[in-house]
Design a protein around this ligand. Structure first.
Ligand SMILES: [Zn+2]
Length: 117
């Protein structure tokens, strides 16, 4: 069943998402601080992002066809959006993302160089 109370909030979040799939980000906190990567997935509800190569944890897997011996694989875990910053493709710096309204549409801008990203 659709949660009508929560839906508008989620929609608003969706529109105001500062990080999008395909964005280059830099990790600014936690054990992977300083690491860079490309956002593979955005979890809006959880406010986390999945970035391959960051926040890895070891997962033990059972024997399977792909892994006949079983063993340990490293799996990326989603990172909180508060722990990452978008790297602006124009000025190549980790930046905060702002919004600019023009002609009824909203565009994402880099707060450092003011260019649309
Ligand atoms: Zn910039």
């Amino acid at each position: 069943m659709l949660d009508l109370v929560k839906l508008p909030v989620l929609l608003r979040k969706c529109i105001n998402m500062k990080i999008r799939k395909g964005d280059k980000i830099k990790v600014i906190a936690g054990k992977d601080k300083g690491r860079e990567g490309i956002v593979e997935k955005v979890y809006i509800r959880q406010e986390t992002v999945l970035v391959p190569g960051t926040n890895l944890y070891k997962k033990h897997v059972r024997k399977s066809e792909q892994m006949p011996k079983g063993g340990v694989v490293e799996v990326p875990r989603p990172l909180s959006m508060g722990k990452v910053m978008v790297i602006c493709p124009k000025c190549k710096k980790p930046t905060r993302v702002g919004y600019m309204r023009e002609k009824g549409s909203k565009s994402r801008i880099c707060k450092k160089c003011k260019s649309t990203i």
